[in-house]
Design a binder for this molecule. Sequence first.
Ligand code: PLP
Length: 233
Amino acid sequence: MVTYEEFQARYQAVLGRVAAACVKAGRPLASVRLLPVTKTHPVEAAQYASRAGILAVGENRVQEAAAKRLIGPQGLQWELIGHLQSNKAKLAIETFDRIQSVDSIDLANRLGRVAGELGKKLPILLQVNAGDDPAKFGTDIDGATALMEAALQLPALRVEGLMTVPPLSDNPEVTQKAFDRLRTCRDDLAARFKIDLPELSMGMSDDLEVAILAGSTCIRIGSALYGQRANVI
Ligand SMILES: *Cc1c(COP(=O)(O)O)cnc(C)c1O
C-alpha cells in the first residue's frame, strides 16, 4: 500500500492526464469524474480518497466493500463495478450507493424487487460488453435494448447510463472501438426510449485518455492511484 503522500502525487499525475485529455477532446474538466478503485486494498485506500476530497470509490466485491464501508470514512459513497450474483442483491443494495454492473434482465428484476422492498430508489448503470469479449461480463450490444426496457419498467431503479470494460489489449484502436460502440449504444437507447442517459462509465488507468476522447463521464482508476494490486482476482 502506498503512503498518503505517494497517493497524492499519483492523484495529481492522474488529474494532469485527465486535464490534458479534456483539452484534446475539447471538453470541460468538470464533465469527467474520477472514481478511485479501492478493491483488494486496505480501507486506507478509501480514507486517502476521502481525505483528498473525492466523494465516491469503486469496489468489485460485495462482501469486501461491506466490510470496508463499516470501518471506512463517513459520508463516502461506494459504487459496485464488478459482477453481482443475484443472491447478493440485498447486501449489495445496502452497501452501495450505485451499482454500475447491471448486466442481465434477471439481475435488474431482482434488484428492482429488493430495492422496492427496502424502500429505496437505486441508481444503476447497465453494463454492456461493447468489445464482444467472451471474458467480460455485460449484455451484448444487441441485448442492451431489452435490458434497458426491463430496467425502465422497475420503479425502484433509476438508470443513469452505461458502463463497459473493454477487451484487454495493447492496441488502443481495439479499446477505442469498444468505447465508441458504448457511446453509440447510449445515444441510440436515449433516442429510442426518449430518456436522458448522462453517464458513460469507461476508462481505467491505462486507457483513460482514449475513454475521455470517446466521451467518458466516469473513469475508474485503480493502479495509477494505488499501485499494483497484490492479489489479482
Ligand atoms: C479493477 C477495475 C478497474 C481499475 O483498473 P486499473 O487498471 O487498476 O485502473 C476499473 N474497472 C473495473 C470494472 C475494475 O474491475
